[in-house]
Structures are given as C-alpha cells and as structure tokens.
Design a protein around this ligand. Structure first.
Ligand SMILES: [Zn+2]
Ligand SMILES: [Zn+2]
Length: 330
C-alpha cells in the first residue's frame, strides 16, 4: 500500500513537526487515501505499486522508498496479521532537525572529511521504525547473607574485640515496565540499547499511515525468542537493587543465598523511531543513529576525527524499575 493525497495525488507522508499526515506537495493535512494493489498477479514485494518498477525488499522490510519514483511503500503482509504492531512511538524529530543535530555535533572537528557534513550527504539520512518488544515483568527476589560488625577498645592493659553477627534477609517484589529489546538483526544491539531512554508516554496505537515516509522492518525473531535479553536485564537489576538495599555499616557481608524469579512476563510489539545516517570513508562504513523522539545521537566518528560519541555509560536500568517492597532489615 501507499498513501495518496486526495487533493493533488502526491505521496503523503507523516510530518514529525506537525504530528500528522501532511502532503509535501500541496500542504494538505490528513488528506490521505489508502492505495492497495489488486489482482491475482500483484505482489507488493516485487513491484512498486505506484510506478511498476521492480523492487527487492529485504527479508523483513515492511516499509521503504521506491528508488525509481520516490514513493514510500508499505508492504501489507508485513504490517498485518501476526506482524501487526500493537503500538508505535511517532517521530518527533524531523529530518531537518536530525541533519542539524549531526551537523552541530561534528562541525567543529577540523579533520572531518570534507563531504561528511555536506547537505547532499546528510539528505541521504533515512527515518526508520525499528521493531521492538517491550516487556513487562514481575520479579520476585530473595537474598540472604551473614554479616558481622566488629568493635575494638582498650581498657587498662586489655584490648577487647567484640564481634556481632547478623543474619540479613531481604525480599524484593519489583515490577519492570517496558524493558525494550530490539527485534531487528540488522540493527546493532549495542547501538539500539544506547538509543534509550525513550519516553513511552507518547506511544500510540499503531496506524498504517504513520509509517508513510519511513523505512521499517517487522520483527525478525519472536518475543519468546528474545525474552532472555529482557529477563537478563531484569534479573541483573533486581540483584543490584536488593544488594544496594543493605545499608548497615557492616564489617563483612558474606552472601549465602540468592534467588531471583521472573514471576510473570508480557510484551507488546512496538515500533520505535530512529534516524540513520551511513557514511562511507576510506572503505569503511560509519553509521550514526539519532533517537527519532529525543534527538540523542550515537555513533563512531571517522578515524580522522578521533572521537566516539554516545558511548558514555547509560544507566538504563533504574529508569524502568518501580519498587514495591523491600523488607526484613537485620
Ligand atoms: Zn497534496
Ligand atoms: Zn516506484
């Protein structure tokens, strides 16, 4: 399918500045008409519905731009049925804004290759909706440790040592909301993790027109296959939280027992917005990602510029945690 403007017949796309469908040709707002292929022989994965040119989508591509006519196509079978996303986080950063973010981040680097920030190159930037599963988990944890407190004092000619022994017992019930795991094999996991945080308050129900103007993929692996990544994050965080809750001034703490259970898990298939800029320099590809909602930039700069962006530690974990109970002080 693609979306055609009822007023002028042009390809109408989602406009991040206005937060709605805007025709780039006549300025019409929400004037889209859905155009779908018909006929037994029509295959939306082989032919551009607008100009008839042959296309070759990747194995999971669900939306792309026809390189002949420039129309943004959405492949019906990859956004419906089991591939229908339940929600989408709309782009807030326009292409112009994304170009500006990249330009401002690098313009003062004297050694930048001359065309790296040229408008011609930056114009090749594409917006992509990346498939994610957002997992909600209830986690129960239990932790036991032996601890000691030692006190020394001298009285007369005698030095005394008093050692008090404590048994520490902690129970934790934590709820993790929307732990994100990207479900695309071509998008590097570490870069996608660094795109966080997203503000999920802006999530809305999936609507086909919102994909118009962007690239997208459907999930490459199922939520069950990817759940271990979310569960590992939740387990590691629960363990940290429970251990950090021990605040007494103990001399020693010896962990004796720890058990962390994922009591329940659910997920939502969601699309999250990312701008992608690929730059080729001395036979190497450099890829930059900009969070399409917040404008956060991640990427490794060409060697001549000697700078790596975005790789500062992100403490993603604490953002998603809400405490319920931490109890059993020693
Ligand atoms: Zn129009
Ligand atoms: Zn075309």
């Amino acid at each position: 399918m693609f979306f055609r403007c009822k007023n002028c017949g042009g390809n109408i796309v989602y406009n991040p500045d206005k937060g709605m469908m805007v025709c780039p040709h006549c300025g019409g707002e929400e004037t889209q008409d859905k155009k779908t292929g018909e006929g037994e022989n029509y295959n939306s994965l082989e032919t551009c519905l607008n100009c008839g040119a042959p296309i070759k989508p990747g194995p999971f591509t669900s939306a792309e731009r026809c390189e002949y006519c420039g129309h943004y196509l959405i492949h019906d079978e990859r956004v419906t049925g089991k591939y229908k996303p339940s929600e989408l986080l709309p782009f807030r950063i326009s292409k112009e804004k994304a170009k500006e973010i990249l330009y401002n981040a690098f313009r003062k680097k004297v050694f930048a290759p001359s065309d790296f920030l040229s408008n011609q190159m930056l114009e090749k930037m594409e917006g992509m909706y990346v498939p994610y599963f957002l997992y909600d988990m209830n986690v129960n944890g239990e932790f036991e440790a032996n601890a000691t407190k030692t006190r020394r004092w001298i009285s007369g000619d005698i030095e005394y040592t008093e050692t008090s022994i404590f048994r520490i017992h902690r129970k934790l019930a934590a709820k993790f909301n929307r732990v994100p795991v990207d479900a695309s094999d071509v998008m590097p996991d570490d870069s996608m993790d660094l795109m966080e945080p997203y503000d999920y308050a802006d999530l809305k129900d999936f609507r086909e027109p919102d994909l118009s103007g962007f690239y997208s993929e459907c999930y490459n692996k199922t939520s069950d296959e990817l759940a271990y990544r979310a569960e590992t994050r939740a387990r590691n965080d629960a363990s940290k939280i429970i251990r950090n809750s021990i605040t007494g001034a103990y001399t020693t703490i010896t962990p004796m027992y720890e058990n962390i259970d994922i009591a329940s898990r659910s997920d939502k298939y969601s699309l999250l917005p990312v701008w992608q800029y690929i730059y080729s320099y001395k036979n190497k590809l450099y890829t930059y990602y900009i969070n399409g909602q917040t404008g956060k930039l991640v990427g490794e700069a060409p060697r001549s510029m000697g700078k790596i962006l975005g790789y500062a530690a992100t403490l993603w974990a604490l953002i998603f945690v809400t405490f319920m109970v931490v109890m059993h002080a020693a």
